[in-house]
Ligand binder design. Structure first.
Ligand code: FES
Length: 196
């Protein structure tokens, strides 16, 4: 019989509190873990919900996930560093991803990236000096027929040419002071507004 169950649970609760995650996120984590016969199988979904809320995977989040799944923190760290979608450092308030896979590249996504770099004054892989925007190249965003495709947080923008980058940059800047930003369910492509 494991007589440490009480202290392990208290430890896990303390680690959960240290993450700064919302109670609803922690409750969601409980539901996710319950779906898996092997707790460690929940590593990826827990990392996703932690990063979703915190902006990146913090040390505290990795320790909490390890305790919750009864694995070692190094096991969580290995997963985080294996997959490129996980981040170990904070990013800007808006995450701007430009597709560089073949269709978008042929349709000019490298030029689109250059225009975004000039617009926000930072290079790909960097965050602007004001901390507002992080620019990143990514692989296919599954909208290959209407490239170049740019994803800003959860919104996808199609046919973003260098000429249309200033308008997109304006939308991004406006979103920074929009109190309702992110409260609505993401709209695929923001398509009507963008192309209309
Ligand atoms: S190649 Fe860019 S969305 Fe698929």
């Amino acid at each position: 019989m494991n007589t440490n169950i009480g202290s392990e649970s208290a430890n896990c609760e303390a680690l959960a509190a240290a993450t700064g995650l919302k109670p609803e996120t922690l409750a969601k984590a409980d539901k996710i873990v319950a779906k898996y016969p092997q707790k460690r199988s929940a590593t990826l979904p827990l990392l996703h919900i932690a990063q979703e809320e915190l902006g990146y995977v913090t040390d505290a989040a990795m320790k909490w996930i390890a305790a919750k799944l009864e694995i070692e923190p190094i096991n969580v760290y290995e997963v985080v560093t294996f997959y490129p979608m996980f981040r170990l450092n904070p990013i800007g308030k808006r995450h701007v991803k430009v597709c560089r896979t073949l269709s978008c590249a042929l349709r000019g996504s490298y030029k689109t990236m250059e225009a975004l770099e000039a617009e926000f004054g930072c290079k790909r892989g960097e965050t602007s000096a004001d901390g507002n925007v992080t620019l990143e190249f990514v692989e296919c965003l599954a909208c290959c027929g209407t490239g170049p495709v740019v994803q800003v947080d959860h919104l996808l923008y199609e046919k973003v040419t260098p000429e249309s980058v200033p308008a997109l940059a304006e939308k991004i800047r406006a979103s920074l002071t929009d109190p309702d930003y992110g409260k609505k369910a993401p709209t695929f492509g923001d398509r009507t507004e963008w192309l209309g």
